[in-house]
Design a protein around this ligand. Sequence first.
Ligand code: IMP
Length: 428
Amino acid sequence: MPAIVLIGAQWGDEGKGKVTDLLGERVDYVVRYSGGNNAGHTVITPDGQKYALHLMPSGALSPSAMIVIGNGVVVDPKVLLSEIDGLAERGVDVSRLRISGDAHLIMPHHSALDRVVERYLGQARIGTTGRGIGPAYGDKVARMGIRLQDLLDPGILRKKLDLVLREKNQMLFKVYNRKALDVEAVAQEYLEYAERLRPYIAETRVMLWDALDRGEIVLLEGAQATMLDLDHGTYPFVTSSNPTAGGACVGAGIPPTAISKVIGVTKAYTTRVGSGPFPTELFDDNGAHLRKVGAEYGTTTGRERRCGWFDAVVARYATRLNGITDLVVTKLDVLTGLAKVPICVGYEIEGERFDDMPMTQTAFHHATPIYEEHDGWWEDISKVRSEADLPANARRYIERIEELCGTRVSVVGVGPGREENVIRHPLI
Ligand code: IMP
């Protein structure tokens, strides 16, 4: 089995960490390929320990897999080091970590600009995580980024920093009335990080190709999700990278022909953090139920997540865009106790019916969901492990999702723990 891609099929926080963890012991390499510490995976291990990871792939908790941060990730070294230390303190072996020398660094001016630009945008803000993600990718595209490998050459680091801060300090000071950053102080800070990160920096592409040649399993773990993709999501209310399956090839340096499986994770309902259109969003008691029972608060920022019904238009879009071969539907248990569980099967936009995503953002902003009502169930499903033991209405709900998305639902999550799943088809 060659490379497997794992992606979020909605707006993030679908429970990808749980799936990585579920596969963890079978895979040889777990690779993050996009995003940075804007992500947040909560993983609960069999001994009941809860871990919140932001930059490290969630597979870091499986004892044997090599952990890789690919070239497509933007790395805040301070955050990475604190995650390395936090995991080491809890007895996790972090010597398995390798970071691509081509990954870009998040620098102090990136986080400063992220926050100040958001404030400047006011009502029109994106609702970013404030971690400097957009500005870091912006510099990468503008070819003024600083990469992990630059940490290994103090002369180059100072030269690049001096160049980039000439422009950024003007922006910070003259446009946004913020303090300019001192080149030498930043260089010193980053050179200290360099000393600690040096053993982890590697040519990860060759490592992964060699692993694939040996027939080992490489899991490419997406952060964020399809609808937050810079090109395919709800632009501009998106992140600044490509979390979709295509981005896995670019962000890890893996050829498309090496990918044999794409696992898409979706909640049994929908959530979103930050601004942007969300047709099935609920503002009533049902929304409050989903938030409360689903504990819908961000792992990274602690923000309340916006909650709504399952949107099959989005899920089908994600299935086709990413070539999802297996869907994992998480948090089905959160729907327990609701009399009706509607599924959005299409949109009405200015009198016209859409079964697929409309072409423009303006239309998507005006989309009214067309719902199909399903009867709910009351039974506690958290102990259910086989499909046959699910209440009939819960089973029908999953079968309908499968039908609407046009791909099989392989796993259904019935609780937050690693074991709390109904496996319909083994993932590997
Ligand atoms: P950024 O990635 O910090 O630039 O934020 C851009 C948008 O993506 C905002 O709406 C964030 O709330 C959203 N976002 C970024 N990372 C995540 C995530 O891991 N889960 C959910 N939303 C996210």
